[in-house]
Design a protein. Sequence first.
Length: 390
Amino acid sequence: TDLFESPDYYLVDELLSDEHKLIRQSVRDWVKKEVSPIIENQAQKAEFPKQLIKGLADIGAFGPTVPVEYGGAGLDYTAYGIIMQELERGDSGIRSTASVQGSLVMYPIYAYGSEEQKHKYLPKLASGELMGCFGLTEPDHGSNPGGMITNIKDAGDHYILNGAKMWISNAPFADIAVVWAKDETGKVRGIIVERGMEGFSTPETHNKWSLRASATGELVFDNVKVPKENLLPNVAGLKGPLGCLNQARYGISWGAIGAAMDCYDTALRYAKERVQFGKPIAGFQLQQKKLAEMVTEITKAQLLAWRLGTLKSENRATAAQISMAKRNNVDMALHIAREARQILGGMGITGEYSIMRHMMNLESVITYEGTHDIHLLITGMDITGLDAFK
Ligand code: TGC
Ligand code: FAD
């Protein structure tokens, strides 16, 4: 991709600090150099590019908002969003790996862990020496995680963990898993499970048509003995995992913009070059409608994400505001990917261009971290006070 930059129709850049722009440039350069050249092939082979882990850590993609004393970069949420945007310009699967590591593994250890847990795990997670995954979803409990059956039983100096998690990003290679399980009183607790613990396995999920460059798997617990010191002491109840989702959903609201920008840039360039009926197809009204609507939607999404970032850095963003941005921006990106693919005609279905890969990836992004419909119901509940889930 020659352009590899955002459309910035409303001069949103002026709302960013110099530090934000520097971070964006360094992540953008890294993605262009390290991700773009290999990602199509990795997706075709359905292999996560493990060789990128070190680079992801070096650019600060793992837990950028975590304080420096625990190995993070202590950045604000706008910076975190920008990093996610640039990673997803490359591929949603690469952004997923960073989302999981930062928002779903480092964040719960930082927010709910003991001092010992923070010092033991966070610096190694920030440097990529350890990789983590997040186990909430189960085969029979996706949108409704409160129904989970994975459970821990007190056995003296350890817990006995039983159950299974499904659809877990990074599971096949993760060194540790932050797992949500019910205790004997039915309260949801978070516990850190380590690879190698007896009875713990992580079978890989094959045959995905989406997020092919991201590894997905199950977490299976068969009477796993987990030391008591691995329990996250400072949270109980569903608000524990849902609090982590706020972090990741926020990042996704920026990430989706990156995928949309790449589709828009690609379609605009193609439309200006591709000649049919004696002129560039960009000169036909129908193609202009698509392109004009794309840049309009990207601009609206940028403003939503930027404002949400500011609120989040001030600790004022509500979970419902985050749901609105995740839902809107992912839907926007998926729609743009579909339209962009049409602008490329037959070429749009090939791996010569990134669009079809983005489009297929976004089918997962619109489903994970709360489906499109669940986020609508969260907004509905927020504005009416009435719960339409049950
Ligand atoms: P409900 O009774 O509403 O709430 C239970 C407790 O949780 C609190 N709460 C939240 N706290 C923090 N943040 C949020 N977003 C919260 N939402 C609710 C709530 O206040 C309550 O607290 P308390 O103290 O009163 O106990 O719960 P519910 O069972 O009715 O469920 C609500 C619902 C449906 C919105 C929720 O379950 C939900 O969001 N479902 C979607 C599940 C989901 O998003 N799963 C994602 C799995 S992880 C993933 O997909 C990773 S993909 C990673 C990648 O590769 O990038
Ligand atoms: P279901 O909950 O069965 O939903 C099916 C359909 O029913 C959806 O359209 C949904 O919107 C609708 N629906 C459900 N309830 C209602 C209702 N009350 N009202 C109206 N409609 C409703 N999970 C993790 O824990 N960790 C991960 O790392 C992780 N990574 C993932 C990676 C990938 C590639 C994918 C695909 C999923 C991942 N997930 C992960 C799981 C993801 O969060 C779930 O798939 C998602 O929450 C939806 O759950 P489900 O698939 O069981 O669908």
